[in-house]
Design a protein around this ligand. Structure first.
Ligand SMILES: [Mg+2]
Length: 300
C-alpha cells in the first residue's frame, strides 16, 4: 500500500506542483483547514504538508488544532512556507512541527524531508502498537482495554454505541502446562489466539485478559450475534489440530457472554458487562465446562 500524504495549500498551483512531485505516494489535497478536516478521517494521512499563509485559518492555527486533537496529534506536520523569517520557523517548531521547508523549495530536498517524516511516522505507529499488543499472543493487552474503556464508556452511557462482551477461559489449562510443559502452554495460547482473531470481524476487539483468559468486545452486536461468533470459535477449535512436537493437544474452553440488555441504569457499563460475563463464565465452569453461558440461569 502506498503511503498517504495530505497537502494543504490555498494556491492550486502549489498543490499541483506537490502532486507531481510526490507521485510515488498517494496524495490528497485541501485548500484550507476546513477541507483538511473534512478529509483527514477517511484519508488517514501519514504526513501532512501545511502551508502557512492561507485565507481564514492560517497554517499555525491549523497545526495548533492538529496538536490538540487526540487522534491526529501524532501525525508529523511539515510546514511549507514562503515566510522565511527565523521567527516564523521558530514558531513552527514551537507548535510541534516535524519540519519547516521554505518556499521555493528544491524538489529532491522536499522528497528527502518527506521520506524522513514518513519514517518517523511508521516508527511511531510501530511503537504505539507495541504498547497495546500482548507479545505472547498478538492480541490486545490490558493497557489497550483500559484506554478503550476510558474512551468509550461515555459513548455507551449516552446510548451512542451498544456492545456485547464475551469472557473466555481455556479449560484445564494448568493440565496442559503440567503435562506438556510451559512452552507447550505458550504454544497453545498463541495458536488459540490466532484462531480467535481469524473468527472475528475486523472491528471486534480480542484482548488477552489474564493467563488463559480472553475478553472479546463486540461493537454494535447483540448477545445472540456474539454467541454465534463464539460458537464458530468452538467449532474451529474442535477441528483445529494443535501439534506441539509429537504431541497433539486437545482442549476446550468455557465462555460467558453479556450485552447491553444486562445493563439497567448503571454508570459503569463496562464494569457491569465484564462482571456479568465473568459470572456466567463461572456458571459454565461449574456446570462442567466446554460451554457458552449467556444468562444468569446458566443457559445459552
Ligand atoms: Mg498560501
Amino acid at each position: 500500500m502506498r503511503e498517504r500524504i495530505l497537502a494543504v495549500d490555498d494556491e492550486p498551483a502549489n498543490l499541483y506542483l506537490l502532486e507531481n512531485l510526490l507521485t510515488e505516494y498517494e496524495v490528497a489535497t485541501a485548500r484550507n483547514g476546513e477541507e483538511m478536516w473534512a478529509c483527514i478521517g477517511d484519508f488517514n494521512p501519514s504526513v501532512i504538508l501545511l502551508d502557512i499563509m492561507m485565507p481564514g485559518k492560517d497554517g499555525f492555527e491549523i497545526a495548533g488544532e492538529l496538536a490538540a486533537h487526540e487522534t491526529y496529534r501524532e501525525i508529523p506536520v511539515l510546514f511549507l512556507s514562503a515566510r522565511r523569517e527565523p521567527v516564523d520557523v521558530t514558531r513552527g517548531f514551537d507548535l510541534g512541527a516535524y519540519d519547516y521547508i521554505k518556499k521555493p523549495f528544491d524538489g529532491d530536498e522536499l522528497l528527502a524531508r518527506v521520506r524522513s517524516a514518513l519514517k518517523k511516522s511508521s516508527e511511531r505507529i510501530k511503537l504505539s502498537m507495541e504498547v497495546i499488543i500482548d507479545a505472547a499472543t498478538g492480541l490486545y493487552n490490558r493497557r489497550y482495554l483500559s484506554d478503550f474503556l476510558e474512551r468509550e464508556t461515555g459513548k455507551a452511557r449516552r446510548g451512542l454505541e451498544v456492545y456485547a462482551l464475551a469472557m473466555i477461559d481455556i479449560d484445564f489449562f494448568k493440565t496442559v502446562n503440567d503435562t506438556h510443559g510451559h512452552q507447550c502452554g505458550d504454544f497453545v495460547l498463541r495458536e488459540f489466539s490466532g484462531l480467535i482473531k481469524k473468527s472475528l470481524r475486523s472491528y471486534d476487539m480480542p484482548i488477552r485478559y489474564g493467563g488463559e483468559e480472553f475478553l472479546i468486545i463486540f461493537p454494535s452486536t447483540s448477545r445472540l450475534e456474539a454467541v454465534r461468533v463464539i460458537e464458530r470459535i468452538t467449532k474451529r477449535n474442535t477441528e483445529h489440530e494443535y501439534h506441539f512436537g509429537k504431541e497433539r493437544i486437545v482442549f476446550t474452553f468455557t465462555c460467558g457472554v453479556a450485552d447491553m440488555t444486562d445493563i439497567s441504569h448503571s454508570d459503569d457499563i463496562f464494569d457491569v458487562l465484564i462482571e456479568k460475563a465473568d459470572a456466567r463464565l463461572y456458571l459454565g465452569k461449574n456446570a462442567g465446562r466446554n460451554t457458552i453461558v449467556s444468562d444468569d440461569d446458566g443457559r445459552l
